[in-house]
Design a binder for this molecule. Structure first.
Ligand SMILES: *Cc1c(COP(=O)(O)O)cnc(C)c1O
Length: 392
């Protein structure tokens, strides 16, 4: 019997049963359009309101500051382009980091083509933005700081509260991509002085294709999607009620079970790292030594290619990911690891293991065994391997 182990929870998660159970009736019973004023519409609107309240409670915002979107990518695009366009008379300078998700970097690149100026802050070897450098980058015409809460490749947690404080002090709007943070950090938009925050459902055991943007009351923003009067005239399109209901439940559960899963995952993570260090030589653990989330482990295996490890593990039913993107046949090292100063050749040998609620100790044991075999096999045939490493 083939064994399946899913260690790619930072890419997406399964839908929790409780979430699915709440979604099901929305497809066939409560199928009204929340915009309709009859009873079917009102019923659907009630479900959407409850989901919005649950999310607001989880992040300590008001319900009318939560706007539903199609996911993290749309939320990031809306936040960055919407603020840029609404505040262009104040200035056209935006500060972000060099390790943001492609949704943020892509939105910034689009704005550059419109004449905006973007500062991409460097990070240190742990993946942290330097606060003094952030302050130094702020100018009179800076309108937005967009810095992610948790990096999706290495798991480093930024000093979000301190960044929020700096942004406020210099009167600059602060957006954070908190998609990877939602399952691992207690997010409080008031305490952290966040003006806009992107979150997504499918990274926290909810359905795909739905997310939210928190927009602090009083912040001006241009629409990204024009249309009907949905979402207080800010985001057109008939609401995806089943997905929104699932998202609301998923977020509520995340907060409810926060301590339980974070403790469980931390224990498995520590065990995994200990075992890998013991069983496999010539490795580098990437990311911050302690200011990081529990579920993401990024390891470089020297002398071999991450893609090759991924394929051998996939053959054994184990799902992991590499940071590197395969562009036109040429392997590009991860831009995140590169920004952290990891040598290109080492970065090529990197694998991200992301644990989840359902990960078991058996899964970890099986993975370690197959990983050690795969790495050993690849190093034996690697032209980079010196005979001393091969054990010859
Ligand atoms: C997954 C992810 C996104 C994109 O969210 P989608 O809902 O998949 O569009 C954005 N930022 C980060 C950090 C992510 O991990």
């Amino acid at each position: 019997m083939e064994r399946k182990v899913y260690l790619d929870n930072a890419a997406t998660t399964y839908i929790a049963t409780e979430v699915l159970n709440e979604m099901m009736p929305c497809f066939s019973v409560f199928y009204g359009n929340p915009n309709s004023i009859h009873s079917f519409g009102r019923e659907a609107q009630g479900l959407v309101d409850r989901a919005r309240d649950r999310i607001a409670r989880a992040i300590n915002s008001n319900s009318n500051e939560v706007y539903f979107t199609s996911g993290g990518t749309e939320s990031d695009n809306w936040a960055i382009k919407g603020i840029a366009h609404a505040y262009s008379s104040k200035g056209k300078h935006i500060i972000t980091s060099s390790i943001e998700h492609s949704a943020v970097l892509g939105a910034c690149k689009a704005l550059e083509r419109e004449g905006y100026e973007i500062t991409y802050l460097p990070v240190d070897k742990f993946g942290l933005v330097d606060l003094a450098e952030l302050i130094h980058a702020i100018r009179k015409d800076t309108i937005l700081i967009s810095i992610m809460a948790v990096n999706n490749e290495v798991g480093t947690i930024q000093n979000i509260k301190a960044i929020g404080k700096i942004a406020k002090e210099y009167d600059v709007i602060f957006h954070t991509d908190a998609v990877q943070a939602l399952s691992s950090l207690r997010l409080d938009v008031k305490d952290m002085e966040i003006d806009l925050m992107s979150i997504s459902s499918h990274k926290v055991y909810g359905p795909k294709g739905v997310g939210a943007l928190y927009i602090r009351n009083g912040i001006k923003i241009e629409n990204l999607i024009d249309g009907g009067h949905q979402e207080r005239n800010k985001r057109g399109g008939t609401l995806n009620v089943p997905a929104i209901v699932g998202f609301g439940k998923a977020v509520e559960m995340t907060v409810r079970d926060f301590a339980l899963y974070n403790k469980k995952i931390k224990k498995l993570r520590d065990y995994f790292v200990r075992e890998v260090k013991e069983k496999i030589p010539y490795i580098i653990i990437n990311g911050h030594p302690h200011q990081k989330v529990n579920n993401i482990i990024n390891i470089s295996f020297e002398l071999i290619e991450g893609e090759a490890i991924l394929m051998l593990l996939d053959f054994e039913g184990i799902a992991v990911s590499t940071g590197s993107a395969c562009t036109s046949g040429a392997l590009e090292p991860s831009y995140v690891l590169r920004a952290m100063g990891v040598d290109d050749e080492v970065a090529q040998g990197s694998i991200r293991f992301s644990l989840g609620r359902s990960t078991s100790k058996d899964d970890i044991d099986y993975t370690i065994k197959k990983l050690a075999e795969a790495v050993g096999k690849l190093r034996k045939i690697s032209p980079q391997t010196k005979s001393s490493v091969k054990g010859e």
